[in-house]
Ligand binder design. Structure first.
Ligand code: AMP
Length: 219
């Protein structure tokens, strides 16, 4: 199965992508994670991307398209995957179509997690994550056992620099603009689905799996 999860920052894309990866064996491709790793390693792409990511701005399409195209050109390229945070613009969607066409891969579904903006602000401003193992927490909704410490690996948790309220609201504005340009592209291909994103993690997962199953034999 090959799917794209679309949703504003904090809509639970990462959580749902991880579940689909664990339970359906899909490769999780998170461009945010790839970029943060490139920044940590100081690669040329990482150096270019760093100021954008730090300020919660979208990295230029060409850079992120390059990273994804590279991944799909490798010998161990994924054939069953869940895209988590890519494509985010119409230009990225068009570039991704081309990458997939070259690999003779078709998409099964594009699933958009629907979450209200105010809920996003509440969620993101309390979000904490582990820079070591990437586990995520929320100070109210999913606190770690020891405040500030990762339950999984004991590392000190961090708040991402792009998770402050002003930046979150700006990112939401950018998301709405880009998504309204990108979605018609997938609607025209009959791939677009909306999933309520404010239920429990399990309910949302069940809804996503139902959509993927419906995609049927072509996937
Ligand atoms: P995320 O972890 O998906 O919220 O992504 C974190 C940051 O990485 C974003 O705020 C952008 O700066 C950058 N980023 C991730 N994916 C993309 C993308 N598809 N296009 C442009 N920038 C991206």
């Amino acid at each position: 199965m090959r799917t794209i999860l679309v949703g504003p920052p904090g809509s639970g894309k990462g959580t749902q992508a991880r579940l689909l990866s664990e339970r359906l064996g899909l490769v999780q491709i998170g461009t945010g994670d790839i970029l943060r790793e490139a920044i940590r390693l100081g690669t040329p792409h990482g150096v270019t991307a760093e100021p954008y990511v730090k300020n919660g701005k979208l990295v230029p399409d060409a850079l992120v398209n390059d990273l994804v195209a590279d991944l799909f050109r490798r010998e161990d390229r994924p054939t069953q995957f869940v895209m988590d945070g890519y494509p985010r613009t119409l230009a990225q969607a068009v570039a991704f179509d081309q990458v997939l066409r070259q690999q003779f891969l078709n998409l099964c579904a594009v699933c958009r997690l629907m979450v209200d903006d105010e809920e996003i602000v509440r969620r993101l401003s309390g979000r904490r994550s582990c820079p070591n193992c990437h586990a995520t927490y929320h100070i109210y909704m999913k606190p770690p056992k020891v405040p500030g410490i990762c339950d999984v690996c004991g590392h000190q948790l961090i708040q991402r620099e792009d998770d402050n309220e002003a930046t979150i609201r700006r990112r939401l504005g950018v998301f709405h603009k880009n998504v309204s340009e990108m979605i018609p592209h997938y609607q025209a291909q009959g791939l677009y689905h909306e999933v309520p994103g404010e239920g429990t993690v399990e309910k949302i997962h069940t809804d996503l799996v139902a959509i993927l199953k419906q995609a049927g034999p072509k996937c």
